[in-house]
Design a protein around this ligand. Sequence first.
Ligand code: WTA
Length: 655
Amino acid sequence: MANEQIEAWLHEMRSFEPSATFAEKANVSASEYGTASQDPEAWWQQQSKRLTWTTAPTKGLEWNPPFATWFADGMLNASFNCVDRHVEAGKGSKVAIHWVGDGEGEERVITYSELQELVSKCANALTDLGVSSGDRVAVYMPMIPEAVIAMLAIVRLGAMHSVVFAGFSADALASRIQDSDCHFIVTADGQFRRGVPVPLKPAVDEAVNVCPNIEAVLVVERTGTDVAWNDDIDHWWHETVDLSSPIHNCEGFPAEHNMFLMYTSGTTGKPKGILHSTAGYLVGATTTYANVFDIKPESDICWTAADIGWITGHTYIVYGPLLNGVTQVMYEGLPDSGGRDRWWKIVERLKVSILYTAPTTIRTLMKWGTEHLQPYDLSSLRVLGSVGEPINPEAWMWYREFVGGNNCPIVDTWWQTETGSIMISPLPGVTSTKPGAAMRALPGINVDVVDEAGKSVPNGHGGLLVITKPWPSMTRGIWGDPERFEETYWSKFPGIYFAGDGAKRDEDGDIWLLGRVDDVMNVSGHRLSTTEIEHAIVGFPAVAEAAVVGASDETTGQAVVAFVTLKLSEDEHENDHAVIIEAIRQHVSKAISPIAKPRQIILTPELPKTRSGKIMRRLLKDVAEQRTLGDVTTLTDPTVVAMISGLMGQHSTED
Ligand code: WTA
């Protein structure tokens, strides 16, 4: 984000008080902050009663920094808590998932009873295929109910899911499978994108070629397109799951039993497998969902417009809503599948009351114009959420005015794959909100903004965001790499969690998030590592060196900009620049994902370096954002940056 932009943002003075009518019926009152802060551990123990346990825990937190356990002597089953217990409580006929397909008119309605049967069948089929407690199962799926069913069936057996976003390439899928040694994959033949079938199975086949430990691949027929078939390991969902018994009695697992892995980008080239354990994660998911969105399970229709391939989909499509027993909308398509008014049609017809999405989507919808939503009755909406990146005040105000009719609290929720659930957010009905601020830590969560020395900054100052006390849904580690876990999050300020985000505390003490302070970028709410993209670019044969920066972008928040030097002299290849640039972009797309493809590639004979040989990414960011250059005195050759600035307009491509 450009500094001027942040400055403008921080002078934002508007504040919106909760309405009296909302506050009257709100799930949480302001006193909750006080109760929780007096004794956070006791407060979380109280929240753990939201779950159904086969053995209730007597223990709360055990803390050996940086390793925590929560409720460790309790036993429970995650899937039972999401599904069976609602059926046992007489709510079996309530709709759990109202699925809306990419194509208009294609819908499925699944009640809690039906979900119980489907999950049980899937658990039985997975058992027959050899899945058992402790196994890792990769899930590479479109946004169809089977994705949720598979995740619930996997954890029902005490196995772990590792969901890989279906937009990732075969290489990215394979490296994630290898890192955690998955022996099983659940996938589909393909997925629909604006009515066009896009294959998925070929990427799985390619990954399987380099993952010899794969024993079985379970395949949902979604698009009906032809797929290659390996009789030894491939199994159709409709020939296995559909024919399995709908009865599956599940057992309780220890509270700290590993539940899932979610790979995410870090500052090094290699994605890390963020590990979550069972009870603490579920307590965080159910409590934050109920509080932050003021969930009324009897009447709310909830829609988290995200993908299950990201942590938001895990916590607020699968676990949070199902633990709370709500009816939710699950949407397969893009915001404009079938037209730019598609979302608003869905909101009106299904009477969506809770909507949760990312700023990048809000900005896109805003760009398309209000004419697409004005014909629709959106008065069913009560709470609007934002997640994934800082939301600029314009987008926040648009969301409030045009989507929420000036009548819905906006909750800007800050959290991470590692935190498992929301950490900082307004509470609807309690907190006065400011456009662009995440406001304050939730009850039971303790955060601070500190300087480089770890000292709390006074109001009106910026610094680094830290979480000062352990919380139930915190990650239990990086798969197979405890050292990296300690080093990344716990070494900067010992015993305190360093989030990697910059933040500011305003004059009232409210928190504003200012983006990452490390080499992680946020493109359309997707977390990408600059190093990982640099590695991919350098893997391209003609490339000598690459420096990648996240430049601010009006729609996507940040965009990938790459500065690249070629192995051969530029002159020899002058005519082929456009071809090489396109080939590098395709190469990145294949190595990581289309979302990592640079928006711009600038071919340059040199990169700016310090005398010790470090590439000055800070200056390249200035160049990419077309800003006045910062301090260049430490460079070996200060003229290099000016030359690169000159090249920006010439040798670049944009989508
Ligand atoms: C950023 C997504 C500002 C932040 C749930 C964090 C945000 C990273 C917000 C985690 C927000 C998330 N305001 N920034 N409301 N929410 N972020 O792991 O930089 O995909 O560190 O989790 O997204 O991304 P992740």
